[in-house]
Design a protein around this ligand. Structure first.
Ligand SMILES: Cc1cc2nc3c(=O)[nH]c(=O)nc-3n(C[C@H](O)[C@H](O)[C@H](O)COP(=O)(O)O)c2cc1C
Length: 419
C-alpha cells in the first residue's frame, strides 16, 4: 500500500501568520468562521482541526501586541461546539502541561472525546515562556528541563485516569489524589522541538506537530525521532509526523509568488514592524512612522531585547552589525521601516506554487517517509482552506496519496493508528 498523506489545519485564531488587516479576512475569530472552516475541512476529508493555545496576550514594551488584541477563545469549549456541527473530523486542542492540572485537564479532554464520538486529540505543549505564568497563581515556575519532566508525569497521570486507574502521586512536580475520570483515549499530539520535546513525543505521542518542514530537515527529524522511538521499544510506524505548512496556491507559479509576497506584506503591519525593530534597538520606537525612514537614534547598549512573541528573532548577538547593514540597505534601496522588515524577516509561506506543483512535492515527502502529512497554517481565512480542498486535494487523490472517503469514524481511525 502506498503511504498516505494526513492533513490537519492548525488554526491559531490570532497570530503572526494570519492576515486580518484586509476586510475580507477580518472574521477569523468569529465562531461562524470556525464552523465554516471545520465543515470545509471535513468536505476535504481532513484528519484533524487543531486549535493553538495562548493563555496570555502578547505584549511588546508594555503594549498589547498588534496581532493578539482579540486573544484566543478557549480551545476545548470551541471544539465541543464544533463537535455538534461536524461528523468525522478530528478535534485537537493544544493544552499546556505547565499551568494546567492533570486530573482537571484529563476530565475535560475525556469529555471532548465523549461528546465527539472519539474524535478528540490533545496537542501537548509546555509553553515556551515564563510571562504566560504571570497569569497563574504559581507563576513562571519551571525551567525548561523541569517543564518536560512535569509534562511526562502529567501525561502518565492523565493516561492512568483515562484507563480507569486511580492516581495518588505527590512530588515536587505533581500532587494529585484522583479517582479515575471519564474513560477515554484521546489521540496525543506533541509540539516542541528540543531534545526534551522529542523524547516526550517518543514516549507518549501518537502524532508530532513538527516545526521541521523543509525537506532535508524533515528527513533528519524523522530519522532522529525513529531512533528515539526504538529506545522506548516503539515501532517506527507507531507515530505520525505532521510538520506545519503554510500554503499559497496560484493558477500559475508567478501568480502564487505574487500572492505570497502580498501576504507577507500584510503580515508585517506597521506596529509589528516597529515592534520587531524595538527588539534590536532596545528602545521605544512608537513615535516613528512605519512608512518612514529607519530610526535615526542609536540603539541601546547590550544585546537583544526579545519581546513577547512578535516576529521571531533568529540571531541573538551581533545587533550593531545587523543594524548597520539594515541602514545601508535601506539607504541604497530607499526602504521604509516596514519595507525593510518585510525584506529581512523570513517568509511564512513554505509551499508556494500551483496545486500540481505542491501535490508533486508533497507526494515526494510522503513516499520518502520524511513526513506523514502536514498541518496547514492558514494565512487567509476564509480563502486558504477552500482553495486547498477544491484544488490541491484532488491533485493529491490523483497521485494516490490521499483518501477519497473517510473509512472510520474516530481520529485514531483517520490516522491509521492502532485501535
Ligand atoms: C509546531 C509547534 C506549535 C506550537 N504551538 C503552541 C501553542 O499553540 N501554544 C503553546 O503554548 N505552545 C506551542 N508550542 C510551543 C510549545 O509550548 C513548546 O513546548 C515550546 O516550543 C518549548 O519546547 P521546546 O523547547 O521543546 O521547543 C508549539 C511548538 C511547536 C513546535
Amino acid at each position: 500500500m502506498s503511504p498516505r498523506l494526513h492533513l490537519g489545519v492548525f488554526f491559531t485564531g490570532v497570530g503572526p501568520q494570519l492576515v486580518w488587516t484586509d476586510p475580507a479576512f477580518s472574521t477569523h475569530t468569529h465562531i461562524d468562521t470556525f464552523v465554516a472552516t471545520a465543515q470545509t475541512l471535513e468536505r476535504g476529508l481532513f484528519d484533524a482541526f487543531f486549535l493553538g493555545e495562548g493563555l496570555r496576550v502578547r505584549e511588546n514594551r508594555g503594549r498589547v501586541h498588534d496581532l493578539d488584541v482579540a486573544g484566543r477563545p478557549d480551545a476545548i469549549t470551541q471544539l465541543a461546539a464544533l463537535a455538534a456541527v461536524t461528523e468525522r473530523i478530528g478535534l485537537v486542542a493544544t493544552q499546556n502541561t505547565t499551568y494546567n492540572f492533570p486530573a482537571d485537564l484529563a476530565r475535560r479532554l475525556a469529555s471532548l472525546d465523549a461528546v465527539s464520538g472519539g474524535r478528540a486529540g490533545w496537542n501537548i505543549v509546555t509553553t515556551d515562556n515564563a510571562w504566560t505564568g504571570e497569569n497563574f497563581r504559581r507563576g513562571g515556575w519551571l525551567p525548561h528541563e523541569r517543564r518536560y519532566e512535569r509534562a511526562g508525569a502529567f501525561v502518565e497521570t492523565a493516561k492512568a485516569l483515562w484507563g480507569g486507574t486511580a492516581v495518588d502521586r505527590h512530588d515536587d512536580l505533581i500532587s494529585v489524589t484522583a479517582p479515575p475520570t471519564v474513560p477515554a483515549r484521546p489521540v496525543l499530539f506533541q509540539a516542541g522541538d528540543s531534545a526534551g520535546g522529542r523524547d516526550l513525543a517518543a514516549r507518549h505521542a501518537d502524532v508530532v506537530f513538527s516545526a521541521n518542514t523543509d525537506y532535508d530537515k524533515a528527513v533528519a527529524y524523522a530519522a532522529d525521532l525513529r531512533r528515539r522511538l526504538a529506545g522506548y521499544g516503539r515501532s517506527a510506524d507507531s507515530l505520525r509526523i505532521l510538520p506545519g505548512a503554510a500554503v499559497v496556491l496560484g493558477d500559475t507559479p508567478a501568480q502564487a509568488a505574487e500572492k505570497a509576497a502580498w501576504i507577507q506584506r500584510e503580515q508585517v503591519t506597521g506596529p509589528r514592524a516597529l515592534a520587531f525593530l524595538e527588539q534590536y534597538w532596545g528602545k521605544d520606537l512608537s513615535g516613528y512612522d512605519p512608512d518612514g525612514p529607519l530610526p535615526d537614534i542609536e540603539p541601546a547598549e547590550g544585546e537583544l531585547d526579545p519581546s513577547r512573541g512578535t516576529i521571531a528573532i533568529e540571531h541573538r548577538t551581533g545587533k550593531a552589525e545587523r543594524i548597520a547593514g539594515w541602514r545601508a540597505l535601506a539607504a541604497e534601496r530607499k526602504l521604509s521601516i516596514r519595507d525593510l522588515v518585510v525584506e529581512v524577516t523570513p517568509q511564512h509561506s513554505t509551499f508556494v506554487g500551483t496545486p500540481g506543483q505542491i501535490a508533486d512535492e508533497w507526494t515526494r515527502y510522503v513516499r520518502d517517509r520524511a513526513v506523514d502529512g502536514f498541518n496547514i497554517l492558514p494565512q487567509l481565512l476564509p480563502g486558504t482552506i477552500e482553495d486547498i480542498v477544491d484544488k490541491l486535494v484532488p491533485e493529491l487523490q490523483d497521485r494516490g496519496v490521499y483518501r477519497t472517503a473517510y473509512e472510520g469514524t474516530t481520529l485514531r481511525d483517520h490516522l491509521d493508528l492502532p485501535a
